[in-house]
Design a protein. Structure first.
Length: 509
């Protein structure tokens, strides 16, 4: 009864707290943390955090980040350009997951995919940790701390007040949270858009008195429209897993395959990620015929995952200009390159130059040609077998006469060896045996069993009387019967014995 009263009181406290919250249903901020997954049964690095806009208005989350108890920013809403804005619509979710979780989950849309701080343990500690959401100015927006371990098949989940739309409790107390079985991450609804400034008024440009020198850098020249019928720019090489630090070393290489036409990159878009979730708009640059252009990760701000990812180049009109198939587990320092119309790994990255086919270690150590050494010649009385390539004795009928066989032996014509001569002399069998005509060996004569009537040509053996063991059995059976009768009528026999005794004893004087 006491437990029921306590539960009723706790429910009233939660209900009273929900009534007293502000219309946005958040005491700390409109963006709250609703789910924290610290690992999975297969990997501690399969983790993720879910955010939710608990209000009725859109919130700009550009450059907002998640930190752990070590105050490490492990996931951020980093814009692709200085004009990109990331926002969470009203009553919508944002999912920030590790690269390990991307490969294990079937969800195709995430807000942020981050590389875990440790590939084995991840960025979130299941036993005890603090996850904080901070804005672009490092101001705390929401925070969740736990001290009890959550199992690999569970997650921390914030309690809901209502559905359609989802509204969560936000009292900044432990009562807001509970452990539940992990199902899947919600679909991300983060919106990305560019907020370009208004074009400033153009100022009159004074014409120079003398013609300007030719511009060496084609990227500074006026954009040249792509000629009709010209080939599209091609993505030819990626370096996703550079040796050492990835910063400034990862690159994406573009190539102009045309022989005469210049191609402008302005307005082209590079989509990067396992599901092409990050899009980067290229600025003005003119690719000359046969020219390469390399974009590093520090130049555009992208990240090529070390597990698996892909790249697609779109034209300003939205058509696919070049598509790179997804790579998987790239080796350290090896590039994912287009060589002879085939995407393959090469241990010789060539940023801004023609790609070189990888030479494997097996190819480097070219196999030695098998040398056919001249076999040792056979002896004079031998020849080489064409089947085994070995020397064999020659069975000759001429020349040196073979050694004579011993007495009782003869020479086998097939093997030219001596063998015993099969003799026809037979040894007489012992009494009671006969000669087997097939094997010419002696065997015992099978006798007919004795019968009780006359058979012509057979002797009848008389059977003896009853043996002693039969008599012993008969006596034993009789004794058993007599013993059983004595035991069964022991009282009657006792009375009969006493009566007989009294009769012969007579009466006393």
């Amino acid at each position: 009864m006491l437990k029921k009263c306590y539960g009723l009181f706790l429910g009233l406290v939660v209900l009273a707290g929900s009534v007293c919250v502000t219309p946005t249903h958040a005491s700390s901020a409109s963006i709250i943390i609703t789910n924290v997954r610290a690992g999975s049964p297969t990997s501690a690095a399969e983790e993720g955090v879910v955010l939710y806009n608990n209000s009725s208005f859109e919130v700009n989350v550009t450059n907002w980040c998640l930190t752990n108890k070590s105050v490490v920013k492990f996931a951020c809403f980093t814009p692709a350009s200085q004009y990109e804005i990331s926002s969470i619509p009203a009553y919508s979710y944002a999912t920030l997951v590790s690269t390990k979780a991307v490969h294990s989950d079937n969800q195709a849309n995430y807000s942020v995919v981050y590389e875990p701080a440790a590939s084995s343990s991840g960025s979130i500690v299941a036993g005890s940790d603090t996850i904080s959401l901070i804005d672009a100015g490092s101001q705390l927006i929401d925070q969740f701390t736990w001290y009890s371990s959550v199992s690999s098949s569970q997650q921390w989940a914030r309690t809901k007040l209502s559905l359609l739309p989802d509204v969560y409790i936000d009292t900044d107390a432990s009562i807001d949270w509970q452990k539940v079985v992990f199902n899947e991450f919600p679909i991300s609804q983060v919106q990305y858009r560019e907020d370009l400034p208004d074009n400033p008024p153009e100022e009159p440009i004074e014409e120079p008195e003398e013609p300007e020198e030719p511009i060496d850098n084609p990227g500074d020249a006026d954009p040249t429209p792509q000629p009709e019928g010209a080939l599209q720019v091609v993505v030819t090489e990626l370096l996703p897993n550079a040796i050492g630090s990835d910063t400034g070393n990862e690159f994406i290489e573009l190539y102009n395959p045309n022989e005469t036409a210049n191609i402008s990159l302005k307005g082209n878009k590079l989509a990067i990620g396992p599901v092409l979730e990050r899009v980067y708009v290229l600025s003005e640059y003119i690719l000359k015929p046969g020219e390469y252009r390399v974009f590093t990760n520090t130049e555009l701000g992208y990240s090529l995952l070390n597990t698996s990812s892909r790249v697609t180049l779109f034209t300003p009109a939205g058509d696919i200009a070049s598509e790179v198939p997804a790579y998987s587990a790239p080796p350290d320092g090896e590039a994912w390159a287009l060589i002879e119309d085939t995407w393959q790994y090469t241990s010789q990255p060539t940023p801004g130059a023609h790609n070189i086919k990888n030479v494997s270690k097996q190819e480097e150590a070219s196999p030695k040609l098998a040398t056919t050494s001249t076999p040792k010649p056979c002896a004079a009385n031998q020849y080489r077998s064409p089947e085994t390539n070995r020397c064999r004795l020659i069975s000759s009928t001429s020349g040196t006469s073979p050694t004579l066989c011993k007495a009782g032996q003869e020479r086998n014509e097939e093997t030219n060896r001596c063998r015993n001569i099969a003799t026809t002399t037979t040894t007489a069998c012992k009494e009671g045996q006969e000669k087997n005509p097939e094997t010419n060996r002696c065997r015992n004569i099978k006798q007919l069993s004795s019968v009780g009537f006359g058979v012509k040509g057979a002797t009848t053996k008389q059977q003896g009387g009853i043996g002693w063991y039969m008599w012993a059995a008969i006596v034993g059976v009789v004794l058993l019967i007599v013993g059983y009768g004595v035991w069964e009528w022991r009282e009657e026999l006792k009375k009969l014995f006493q009566a007989a005794k009294a009769k012969f004893a007579g009466k006393p004087n």
